[in-house]
Design a protein around this ligand. Structure first.
Ligand code: NAP
Length: 311
C-alpha cells in the first residue's frame, strides 16, 4: 500500500472506467477516501452494494466538496453540463480531470465552467473492454496500458505530475500530448476501427440473402472479433463520434481511399500486391505484441473445443 496521493478522490460516473479507478485506488491505497456520484439511483445503489467507495451522492456537487481530485467518468457529451454543476463546490487547488475518449471537445465543454484556482488536467486511459456499468470494473484494467494527459498550456506542472503519479500508481504508463493530436491518433487506432466494426456487423444483420441465424451459426473468427467491438456501449460511442467528427472524418477519408484501392486489387487479381499488404499488416500486429499491448496467444487465448461451452 502506498501513501495516498489524494486524501479525497471524487468519481463522477461509476461505470466500467469509474469502478475500475475506484477498485485500483482502493487496492493501491492511492486515495484516502472515495466519493461517488452517478446519474441513476439504481447505479448508485449498485456502487454501494459493490463497496466501490466511502460515500455516495445523488448530487454531484456534494460528491466533489473537499475533494483533492475529481475525475469525470461519464460519456463525453455530458462533460460540460457536469462541469457546470460541480464548479461552485470545487475546492481551491483541486485537480479536475476526466477519462473521455475524446479530448478537444471535452476541453471546450469543461474549461469555461471551471473556476480559476482549480487545475484542469484532462486524461484518457487507453484501456477498456466491451462491457459497461459498475459490475464491469476491475482493478487491473489500467496495468501496462497508456494514459494520455492533455493539460492546457500554462497548467501547473505540479498538478500534472500529481495526476500522472496517480495513473502510474494504478499501473498505467503516462504520456502527454495536445488534445488535437490525441484526437487524431485515437481516430485511427480506436474510433475508426469501432465504426468499421459497427458497419460490418450492421451490414451482416441487414443482408437479405443470408439469414441472421446463419450469420450467428457460421460466424468465423474475423466476424466474431468485429462483434466483440460492435457490442460496445452505444451511448459512449455515439458521443465519441459526435465529439471527434473532424478527426474521424479525416481518417475515414483515408480509409475509404485505401479500401477502394484494395477493391481494385481484388477485382483485377493483383495477388502480389495483396500479399505485400498482408505481410506489412502482420508486422504491425507483431509490433503491438512486442510492445506488450496484446497477447501472443492464438485467437487471443480464447478457449476452444470442449472448454468453449464452459467459458
Ligand atoms: P459506462 O460503463 O457506460 O458508465 C457510464 C457512467 O456515466 C455511468 O455511471 C452512467 O450513469 C453515467 N452516465 C451515462 N449517461 C449520463 C448522462 N447523460 N449524465 C450523467 N451521467 C451519465 O461507461 P464507461 O465505459 O465507464 O465510459 C465512461 C467514459 O470513459 C466515457 O467518456 C468513455 O469515452 C471513456 N472511456 C471508455 C473506455 C471503454 O472502453 N469503455 C475506455 C477509455 C475511456 P448511470 O448508470 O447512473 O446512468
Amino acid at each position: 500500500m502506498s501513501a495516498p496521493i489524494f486524501p479525497k478522490l471524487a468519481l463522477i460516473g461509476i461505470g466500467l472506467i469509474g469502478s475500475s479507478i475506484a477498485l485500483a485506488a482502493r487496492k493501491t491505497g492511492l486515495a484516502g477516501r472515495v466519493s461517488i456520484h452517478t446519474r441513476s439511483p439504481a447505479t448508485l445503489k449498485r456502487a454501494e452494494e459493490l463497496k466501490l467507495g466511502d460515500s455516495y451522492h445523488a448530487d454531484p456537487a456534494n460528491a466533489v466538496r473537499d475533494a483533492d481530485c475529481v475525475i469525470l467518468c461519464v460519456p463525453v457529451g455530458v462533460s460540460g453540463e457536469i462541469a457546470r454543476a460541480i464548479a461552485p463546490a470545487l475546492k481551491t487547488g483541486a485537480i479536475v480531470s476526466d477519462v473521455g475518449s475524446v479530448k478537444a471537445s471535452v476541453v471546450a465543454q469543461m474549461a469555461p465552467h471551471l473556476p480559476s484556482g482549480v487545475h484542469f488536467v484532462p486524461a484518457h486511459p487507453v484501456a477498456g473492454t466491451e462491457y459497461s456499468g459498475p459490475d464491469a470494473g476491475f482493478a487491473e484494467l489500467f496495468e501496462n496500458r497508456w494514459c494520455i494527459l492533455t493539460p492546457p498550456p500554462g497548467t501547473d506542472p505540479e498538478a500534472v505530475e500529481k495526476l500522472a503519479a496517480f495513473w502510474r500508481g494504478i499501473g498505467a504508463n503516462v504520456e502527454t500530448m495536445t488534445p488535437e493530436h490525441h484526437d487524431l491518433v485515437l481516430a485511427i487506432t480506436s474510433h475508426v476501427p469501432h465504426l468499421i466494426a459497427y458497419n460490418i456487423v450492421g451490414t451482416a444483420a441487414d443482408l437479405e440473402t443470408v439469414t441472421q441465424s446463419e450469420v450467428m451459426k457460421f460466424s468465423a473468427g474475423g466476424f466474431r472479433d468485429f462483434t466483440r467491438i460492435a457490442s460496445s456501449d452505444p451511448t459512449m460511442w455515439r458521443d465519441v463520434f459526435l465529439n471527434n467528427r473532424t478527426a474521424v472524418l479525416e481518417m475515414l477519408g483515408r480509409f475509404t481511399e485505401d479500401l477502394i484501392a484494395l477493391q481494385r486489387l481484388v477485382r483485377y487479381g493483383e495477388g502480389d500486391q495483396l500479399f505485400d499488404l498482408f505481410t506489412r499488416t502482420r508486422a504491425i500486429r507483431r509490433g503491438i505484441i512486442a510492445a506488450g499491448q496484446e497477447t501472443a496467444a492464438p485467437d487471443f487465448g480464447r478457449p476452444h473445443g470442449p472448454d468453449l461451452k464452459k467459458a
